[in-house]
Ligand binder design. Structure first.
Ligand code: EPZ
Length: 431
C-alpha cells in the first residue's frame, strides 16, 4: 500500500498547473463510442479512473493510443453491439454507467455491470433508467448487469423531467438521445461544467445539443457524428482543492490553466473565510496570510457550492476562528472522513446531513486513512496545515482523481513524500 507522509505547518509558495477535468473526461471518453471516426481528445488527466475507462474502451474493441502531451486518439468503430465491458473493471467505477447511454445511443442495446465507485452512501440510478425508458428502451437488472434495449428497434426523442438535477443521469440521457429520432428535452438538468463540456464535444462531432449549462437541455437527434479534436476543460475541483490547501497551510500560490468562472462559488466561500483570491484570464492567485474565519456551507448542484469540495472545506474550517456549520444536501453519506479528521484533533459533531465544525485553530499530525477520493484530499489539506507529521493511507483513492498530487504539492514547497507500507500490518486490524 502507498501512503503520503506530510510534515505540515509550512506555507505554500509557487505555481501549480491544473490538469484536465476528471469528470469531464469520464463522460467524453465513452461518448466517443457514438462517433464514426477518430477523436483526438486533448488535456486528458493522468488519473487512475481515466486509465480504467480507457482500458474498458480498449477491452470492448476501441483503438486507444496516446498522442503525447496528455492527448489521446480514440477510434471506437471497432466496438461491436455485443461487446460487454469486463464486470470486474466496470464495478470499480461509477462512471462506467455512461457506457449504457453510449451503447444504447449507438446500438439501441446495452448490457453493462451495475456501477461501483466512491462509497458516498446510496447512489441510485433511477433517473438514468427513467430517461432511457422515456426514450423508448426497456431496462431491467439481471445477475448484476443493467440491460437496456430499444423496444421497437429505435429510440424516439421525448420530454424528460429529472426529479433531481443528477449529473450522471443528465449525461447518460444525452448519450442515449444524441442519435435518437427527433427532439429530447431534459428539464431540471444538471448544469455542471462537465455537462457543458460533453455537449460541446458532441456538438463538435455534428450533434445538435442546445442549452447545456442551463436546467433545460434540448437534443435533436443526428444520425452521423464524425471525428475531430477536442480539448477537455480544466478540473475545477482539483483547483478548488489546491485553493483549500493554501487556506489551510497559508502562503501564496498561482493556479494556472483554470476557468475562474467555474470556481466562482469556491472563490466566494474562501474569500468569505479570509483567503485572498485574484482572478486572471486563465489563472487565479490564492493567498492566505491571516487566521481563517468561520462560515456556513450548504452543498448544492452547480452553480451552488460543490459537494466534491465539502470535505476539503471542513478540513480548512478546523483552523478557522469560530464554529462553522456544513450541510451536505447532495450526497447521501459524505461525512465518513470526519472520524479521521478527529484523529488529528478536529472537534466536529455530525447529525445526519449537518456537521458542526469547531474552529480550534490547529490540528496535529496523525496516521489517517482515506475512505474515498475527496476524503483523501481533505486529509491532505488538513495535514498541510497541521503541526507535525501526518501519514495518509489509502492514497489510491486520491490518485483516482488527482494527477501527481505529491509532485504538485512538492513544487510549491510542501514537505510530502510517498512511502510504500507493508499492508499486512493493516490486515491485522479489525473493523
Ligand atoms: C457525479 O456523480 C460526480 N461523479 C461526483 O463526483 C459528484 O459528487 C456528483 O456528480 C455530484 O456533483 C462523476 O461525475 C463521475 P448525481 P453522480 O447523479 O453522477 C441522487 C468525485 O468526487 N440521484 O448528480 O453519481 C444521488 O443519490 C465524484 O469526483 C438520484 O436520486 O452524481 C445523489 O444524492 C464523487 N437518482 C444526487 O442525486 C439518480 O438516478 C447527486 O447524484 C441519480 C442520482
Amino acid at each position: 500500500m502507498t501512503q503520503y507522509v506530510i510534515r505540515g505547518g509550512r506555507p505554500l509558495h509557487g505555481e501549480i498547473n491544473i490538469s484536465g477535468a476528471k469528470n469531464a473526461a469520464l463522460a467524453i471518453l465513452p461518448a466517443t463510442l457514438l462517433v464514426d471516426g477518430v477523436c483526438r481528445i486533448e488535456n486528458v488527466p493522468d488519473v487512475t479512473d481515466v486509465t480504467l475507462m480507457l482500458e474498458i474502451l480498449k477491452d470492448i474493441g476501441a483503438t486507444v493510443s496516446p498522442a503525447g502531451g496528455g492527448a489521446i486518439l480514440i477510434d471506437s468503430r471497432g466496438v461491436r453491439a455485443d461487446s460487454v465491458a469486463p464486470y470486474e473493471q466496470v464495478r470499480r467505477m461509477r462512471a462506467s454507467y455512461y457506457l449504457i447511454g453510449a451503447f444504447l445511443g449507438r446500438f439501441l442495446n446495452a448490457q453493462v455491470a451495475m456501477p461501483g465507485g466512491c462509497n458516498l452512501g446510496v447512489r441510485p440510478v433511477d433517473q438514468h433508467i427513467k430517461g432511457f425508458e422515456m426514450l423508448g428502451a426497456d431496462v431491467h437488472v439481471n445477475a448484476g448487469f443493467i440491460h437496456a434495449n430499444a423496444r421497437e428497434g429505435r429510440l424516439v426523442g421525448s420530454p424528460i423531467y429529472l426529479d433531481v438535477a443528477s449529473v450522471g443521469a443528465t449525461i447518460n440521457i444525452i448519450l442515449a438521445a444524441v442519435m435518437a429520432d427527433g427532439l429530447t428535452v431534459i428539464e431540471n438538468a444538471a448544469r455542471e461544467p462537465h455537462v457543458v463540456d460533453l455537449a460541446n464535444f458532441l456538438n463538435s462531432t455534428g450533434a445538435d445539443i442546445k442549452g447545456a449549462g442551463t436546467d433545460i437541455i434540448k437534443i435533436r437527434g443526428r444520425k452521423l457524428l464524425t471525428g475531430g479534436a477536442y480539448t477537455i476543460i480544466p478540473d475545477q475541483i482539483e483547483a478548488g482543492t489546491y485553493m483549500a490547501a493554501v487556506a489551510a497551510a497559508g502562503g501564496e500560490v498561482t493556479l494556472n490553466n483554470v476557468i475562474p468562472k467555474h470556481l466562482e462559488c469556491i472563490t466566494a466561500k474562501l474569500t468569505e473565510i479570509g483567503v485572498e483570491v485574484k482572478e486572471y484570464d486563465e489563472s487565479v492567485l490564492v493567498r492566505r496570510t491571516r487566521r481563517l474565519r468561520k462560515t456556513n456551507i450548504k452543498t448544492l448542484p452547480y452553480p451552488g457550492f460543490p459537494t466534491d469540495m465539502q470535505p476539503q472545506m471542513a478540513a480548512c474550517l478546523s483552523f478557522a476562528e469560530g464554529t462553522s456549520m456544513i450541510t451536505e444536501s447532495v450526497a447521501d453519506n459524505r461525512f465518513r472522513y470526519m472520524d479521521e479528521l478527529k484523529r488529528m484533533g478536529a472537534r466536529i459533531q455530525v447529525d445526519g446531513k449537518l456537521a458542526v465544525v469547531e474552529g480550534i485553530g490547529k490540528l496535529s499530525g496523525a496516521p489517517v486513512q482515506a475512505c474515498d477520493l475527496r476524503a483523501g484530499a481533505a486529509l491532505i489539506v488538513a495535514a498541510l496545515g497541521a503541526e507535525g507529521v501526518t501519514e495518509v493511507g489509502g492514497v489510491y483513492h486520491v490518485e483516482r482523481g488527482y494527477e501527481d498530487v505529491s509532485g504538485k504539492l512538492r513544487g510549491v514547497g510542501a514537505d510530502i513524500r510517498v512511502e510504500e507500507v507493508d499492508d499486512s500490518e493493516m490486515a491485522g486490524q479489525t473493523g
